[in-house]
Design a protein around this ligand. Sequence first.
Ligand SMILES: Cc1ncc(COP(=O)(O)O)c(C=O)c1O
Length: 394
Amino acid sequence: MSAERPKPATLAVWGGETSHEPYERATQVPVVHSVSFGYHDIDTWQAVALGREPGHIYSRNTNPTVRAFEEKVRDLEEAEAATSFASGMAAISAVLFAFLRPGDRVVSIKDSYGGTHKLFTEFLPAFGIEAHLCDTSDFGQLETEIARGCRMLYLESPTNPTVKIVDIARLARAAHAVGARVVVDNTFATPINQRPLALGADLVLHSATKFLGGHADALGGVACGGREAIQTLYHYREITGAALSPMDAYSLLRGMKTLALRIERQNATALTIARWLTRHSAIEHVNYPGLTTHAHHEVAARQMRGFGGVLSFSVRGGLAAIKEFLPRLRYAHRAANLGCVETVVGPPAVTSHVECTAEERAAAGIPEGLVRYSAGIEDPDDLIADLEQALAAL
Ligand SMILES: Cc1ncc(COP(=O)(O)O)c(C=O)c1O
């Protein structure tokens, strides 16, 4: 047998699966709902509580099912350590509040996920933390702001919903030159398409709710990185309490076994659909990093193994046309989600950027007539036929 590191498809299936204590010879990770773990021997109890011996004490801190999920993601991201959260937003807010202090400055991009944007503009300033948000596509401006000094560089690539690409390696170099921590939200790419830690990031985050779980039936978040930083985040989470539930951890674990298969199909389908849409007369503009016309296609080709399952496009006629077109789709949920086995569509005004005002969306370059399209694992021919009949009526 080769001693080489297993490939991502193998890690998606086997990663983390061996870390639990075998229970009654079960081949699948058991869902341990127990909140507490009991000890006859007080010395052992104390040793586990102090972290001197392996084991679990209380499920807000650690839990066997949750631990298996963390280990699977850690394996896939090739990180030293990982810790989980009740949602993607819990992971993101933990990273910001555990590492930033009053007077600190964080540099980020204008196109981050709507909830993240709210943390930057509404919550961090209340604690005396400045978030400087740069034009996502202007790497020079980002470098200039980083060089002015910052505690953290916070990136997302591809972005939600305009699927812009940021050059992670280039910006990580700039951030490390001023001693800043580099954080990347890898939700849209997944570790199958992109590994930010290998590109120079210090921490990688996911809304596991999306592609990792893949079935829109479990909320979760996860952060991976160096042991020390993850210990800080773990401590923040055990005290603030946004713990991932064992049942959700199980659903995410089961979903992740097919991660590589799903992502390969979704990459291929999204590219096919993006190319098809560019030739359709009802479509104004298509955003997808796999298109050679995308502003940062070359950066995407360098730092990603696939271009992801999400694209966005504007339909001629704006919001009124979208209101006609979206209800006609047969094979798509009209919902505020993405990354699932079913195709999901929605305007950012009611999905990723519902928390923002129309002015904020306009400032972020999100037209009210944009559609975010998250390709599912259906047959691409059926998805294209569906789009064709829905667009024909416009
Ligand atoms: C890129 C990105 N990050 C974070 C989140 C937040 O994740 P959650 O809904 O799991 O809190 C989302 C949700 O859509 C997202 O798209």
